[in-house]
Design a protein around this ligand. Sequence first.
Ligand code: GLC
Length: 636
Amino acid sequence: MTTGPLSTPPSEARNHPVNPWWVDAVIYQVYPRSFADADGDGMGDLAGVIAQLPYLEELGVDAIWLSPFYVSPQRDGGYDVADYRDVDPLFGRLEDAERLLDAAHEAGLRVVVDLVPNHTSSDHPWFVEAVSADPDTESGRAVRDRYMFRPGTGEDGAEPPNNWQSTFGGPAWTRITNPDGTPGDWYLHLFDSSQPDLNWESTEVRHEFEDILRFWLDRGVDGFRVDVAHGLVKAEGLPDHHARPGMVTDAAPLAAAVDPDAGEDVAGHREANPQDHAHPVPYHDQEGVHEIYRSWNAVLAEYDHDPVLVAEAWVSPLERLFRYVRPGEMHQAFNFTFLLAGWDAVRMSDAITVSVQEAEKVGAPNTWVLSNHDTVRHASRFGLADPTRYPNGLGAEDEQPDEALGWKRGRAAAMIELGLPGSAYIYQGDELGLPEHTTLDDSLRQDPTFVRTEGAEKGRDGCRIPLPWRADAPGFGFAVGHHADTRPPVTPATPGHDAGAAPVAPAAPWLPQPESYGTYAADRQVDVAGSTFELYRQLLGIRGELDLGTGTFAWSRFHSPELGVLAFTVATGGGQGGYDLDSGDHIPEKVALVMANMGQAAVEVPEEYAAAIFSHDEAMQDGQLMPDSAAWFLRR
Ligand code: GLC
């Protein structure tokens, strides 16, 4: 039944008061385009984030991670950076970033920013220079050497250098035209053609990124989420690869249990595409990436505010992932195996068991995550007929999730995630129980994946819909700076007239929200008993009070994944209790039991726990925990 107790890594060190803040931090992901719009142009901005900081304080998170807000043509939602040291006018100015840092710190929130080192935008001055350079000169070769340019193959070099496919679909190579009009070399782009891959063999590239780290650290950022951390180094000779590895499906949990021959051919789609260990991906998880992170770790160590490096690395098995958080490298890595386990007790149990074991080996904390800006929101994934599926987007003609079921399971999953020791990431809207927009009109889609797969994959727009703040306001109050926005639109002021006198109606959000978002709006949930927001707030409060984030994990005697029951205990205060290091007072052991019922039948719950909290009002009936529910039982 149970797999026996596992100790949580590294328990002795973690219960020490000098633990860095990130060891057990709950970090809230802000996707700036869709969080809050202060200037009313339909696009979220940094001033919007500042305006909503009190909401995040109320929720009780420790930090925010901001997806990119840098200068960018926005061909991949800002993950195509043209200037790493400035803010895109869409989001504000550099001073707004500085203001945000100050305001967040004042509110007791740390700020992690996104770093995109695998590629720049094709609008980056380096790439513009590279394309216009004469490759037959020394200086031309030098500027091209910052990227991955290669001659083509076949007659006149008309074929790409190898058969690699872009993660977003289509070929991973694009040919340029030389300044003299002749066809030139090809450049590599693992993502969109507007995202040329940098050459990490170049010392200039390495120095540039160390400098970018310092630029933001000097401004007080508390860390970096490192985009595509597994992709920077490519295998020597750039050998062909037989498949198109997806961003998500690479890290299929329990890869060994999946038929490796189920992978696709080069032009195929990625629904069934587990990492094939017999044919490692020549552009993922190469040994050389680790040396880069060791050098970054040294840069961060120059600062005394404990900045964190978080790896976005879609690698499997978990043993490979934890190599990114060995001492002297990164500090955290998103656990996508946990995310991909879906609503399935056996898969989730295995993911947790292996994560706890592997984390212990390297002495790093675990980092749990259920959703982000690249995945279908878990409230919707868990409402699919197969709640372990992770399609790349959903459209009107696809299977539609059972929204009520997904809502229930999403809340229960949050109780698992936030009960586990380590650090946890909340994607904006998780705390509202927000579902995916699953019927977005194709004509509005902006994710390059949709275009590059010719619509075969809907892509990620459905999880990036602007947040609903107020149920009764236009755009569900996304324009947070426009509290007069319930008035009818007015004619803009005549030029030369006092513009301040004429209220201008805010523009519609950049992606439309589905009707149902009104019921999920923040103003319908904050201070409303039983709401998802209040559940999250309560869980975060208890988590903090009991120090669950630094507690000791063990599967409980109730754990029975084959029956759909996930149950673990988290003990804090030391095995037999502990001692306060200042006063010497004895601190009694506190134990929380986290139970989730992912099965079909109601299950018995323990009697020896004094207090309990449930995932929703009907979770507990006749003394039994109902299917699709979870509970925290607290023993004091
Ligand atoms: C990461 C980001 C994703 C982006 C991709 C390319 O996976 O999370 O949004 O499209 O990298 O930068």
